[in-house]
Design a protein around this ligand. Sequence first.
Ligand SMILES: NC(=O)c1ccc[n+]([C@@H]2O[C@H](COP(=O)([O-])OP(=O)(O)OC[C@H]3O[C@@H](n4cnc5c(N)ncnc54)[C@H](O)[C@@H]3O)[C@@H](O)[C@H]2O)c1
Length: 356
Amino acid sequence: MGERRYDQGMARPDIDIGAASGERKPVAARTTLVTGGAGFIGGHLVRALLDTGRNVVVLDVRGFAPESRFVVGDDAESVPLEIASIADQARVLAIFRVHRPDEVVHAGMILDPAYLATNRSTAFQVNVGGVLNLVEAMIAFGVPRLINFSSIGVLPRVLYQPIDGNHPILLSDAGPGTDFYGSTKAAAETMLFAYNQALGFDFRTIRPSAVYGLGMNQYVGPIKAMVENTVRGEPAHFEFGGKHPRPYTHVRDIAALVLAMLDAPDDADRIFYGSNGEPLVTTTEVGQIVRELVSGADIEIGAELSEAEKPVVALRGELSIENARAQLGWEPGYASIREGIAQYVEQYRAFVGATL
Ligand SMILES: NC(=O)c1ccc[n+]([C@@H]2O[C@H](COP(=O)([O-])OP(=O)(O)OC[C@H]3O[C@@H](n4cnc5c(N)ncnc54)[C@H](O)[C@@H]3O)[C@@H](O)[C@H]2O)c1
């Protein structure tokens, strides 16, 4: 019937991919594949997934970063870690054949904006092609649900606040404000809707904002150096960036949101922001919080924005987490950035102590 309607020009083709969502295994019986699991968010996510009783398999181009190994703890020795690129379809299929995951969290990709702008073919092969390779492997092996890491970097600029899942990512005069990073993320997001709409493939996308915590990367600005230099007793001085406002999000809240998204009801939204739901905080304010939390902190930052950060500031706005609250029952545990930074300080101290 479906096919006849299609022949009459009336409907989408009726294609059975055999991976429609249905009964899910109980959490403790599941194996979760985490791409990029050896990185910053990946490490915290692997820990959170293991704490639910799941088996976890990591796919990454490298072994655990030192901080991620610390966060995962002794289990880092026993979690299977497949050194592989998501851009390699044959390798991705082989990993599915061996480990038979029940769900997939996709956090593995290239973030470095300069690398992406100078290595554009690789940018597309990894950040867009990698998602397609994963999805095709999931269809081939009948794996029902993908959580895809996107970013607030898909936004062009703020049109209204709080920004929600319906905020445009393409305007008549602008695309994603973070160039090849946001554009490859946006391309992957739109392809996932094609898989969902045409084939019934089940996915959810998370768009995290300014994620901080042990193991964080430098793209979130001076907060990393402010915390880590200060704990090590070193100065943290910056010429620019004090006025830059961000919706900072603690990495443990991102991990908890991903867990909630893995069990989202079938009719839940497809896009969720990873944010703390609070007003934006400037880098100057972050510096002040670190000074108050760590005695003897030597932090200085000039108020003005550097040229490089101006386009990114244009897409910083308050983010709505209402759909995550209402549909997933998720609440950020670190709505207070002061508490989140205090946790980061404490865990970084423990990490430094353990690695001396
Ligand atoms: N940190 C943030 O503030 C933030 C904000 C928004 C979105 N995100 C997204 O979260 C995800 C995780 O980022 P992160 O902050 O943990 O960064 P990260 O660099 O620590 O983690 C990314 C991981 O992906 C791996 N990777 C790179 N190329 C790969 C490939 N070809 N195949 C498999 N793995 C590969 C890296 O080795 C690394 O371990 C990314 O998708 C990122 O875009 C992060």
